[in-house]
Ligand binder design. Structure first.
Ligand SMILES: [Zn+2]
Length: 112
């Protein structure tokens, strides 16, 4: 029997989604950058994580995690981006209205 048949097969390799380093396919964490792979993907890169980050105040900064995420498809990223930008615009618009009300209230106060 040839020796090569007795050697264990080299494990399949794949690039890390975060840093691009070549790691073994069964690895749960990247050996270079330490990012979780597959099921061990950090929560902020998952669908619900993006939603939580956006709503908990990171707002448009969640786009950073969104576009780096290997777990979300491109069409979904575009849809999320539109929703996040719309939400950001809405919040800014509300703040602007609140500011206007504040200014008008102060301006309407009689000055003695
Ligand atoms: Zn990596």
């Amino acid at each position: 029997m040839p020796i090569k048949d007795e050697l264990p097969a080299a494990p399949a390799q794949r690039p890390c989604w975060a840093c691009g380093a070549v790691i073994d396919a069964p690895d749960n964490y990247c050996r270079v950058c330490g990012k979780g792979q597959g099921d061990r993907l950090p929560w902020q890169y998952k669908h619900w994580g993006i939603v939580v980050i956006t709503l908990l105040g990171l707002g448009p900064f969640s786009l950073f995690y969104l576009w780096r995420s290997p777990a979300i498809s491109r069409p979904a990223k575009i849809a999320y981006t539109a929703a996040i930008l719309l939400l950001t615009w809405f919040v800014l618009d509300q703040l602007h209205r609140l500011w206007d009300v504040f200014q008008n209230t102060l301006g309407a106060m009689p000055v003695y």
